[in-house]
Design a protein around this ligand. Structure first.
Ligand code: MN
Length: 215
């Protein structure tokens, strides 16, 4: 009886892990056909006979992103939208540029874990674990360091060096998604009710309206 429970528990655990990741490919490739009118979980495959080498190519990740914005960073995402050959492969990547003092603000990827390496400069990186511990795990990263951000957890990076910084990230989804916490909470469309946020953040509603006005 006990062993049956253990097996059932194991199956449950295995299934929940599998469902949290991109589906495994059932063929060599399934290059995304962005023009298909059919909606599936992912993107419909282009006719394999029409697939070209360029479907597996993205050019320009050596180029610096424009960091002239409020947070002083820029993400160049290479996912299924810009590299159709990634469809069904369960991976993608990104280049993150940081101006001095710039941050990649606290955000989460609902569908991917992330592994990030510093190519240039010095970054403070961190993530926060789930409730109720909400443990803050943080590290100063220098060129060549690789740091992991577990799936779904809120994380950030900050440039703490004197010059520009560059990081390259790998993500375990063809379409990781991004939820930037500040924008989602204070810049939703339409606005989340001010009294809800005032109570959640334990501040006066005026503070909430002030923050909302910035997004
Ligand atoms: Mn990230």
């Amino acid at each position: 009886m006990m062993s049956r429970f253990i097996i059932f528990g194991f199956l449950l655990a295995t299934c929940s892990i599998a469902f949290a990741l991109d589906p495994s490919p059932l063929q060599d490739f399934c290059v995304a056909d962005p023009n298909s009118p059919v909606f599936v979980n992912g993107v419909v495959c282009k006719d394999a006979n029409l697939v070209q080498a360029d479907d597996f190519l993205f050019r320009g990740l050596h180029l610096m992103g424009n960091t002239s914005n409020d947070v002083g960073s820029n993400v160049t995402a290479v996912n299924v939208a810009s590299l159709p050959g990634l469809n069904t492969l369960g991976i993608s990547m990104a280049r993150i540029d940081f101006a001095p003092g710039g941050i990649n603000p606290p955000h989460t990827h609902p569908r991917a874990s992330e592994v990030l390496t510093v190519i240039e400069g010095r970054l403070l990186a961190g993530f926060v674990t789930s409730n109720p511990e909400n443990r803050f795990i943080t590290k100063v990263l220098v060129k060549g360091d690789v740091f992991a951000f577990p799936q779904g957890l809120i994380h950030f990076q900050k440039n703490i060096g004197k010059g520009y910084a560059i990081a390259i990230a790998g993500l375990s989804s063809q379409n990781p998604g991004v939820i930037t916490i500040a924008n989602a909470v204070f810049g939703s469309n339409p606005n989340t009710a001010g009294d809800v946020l005032a109570k959640a953040f334990q501040v006066d509603i005026k503070v909430v309206h002030q923050i909302q006005s910035k997004f």
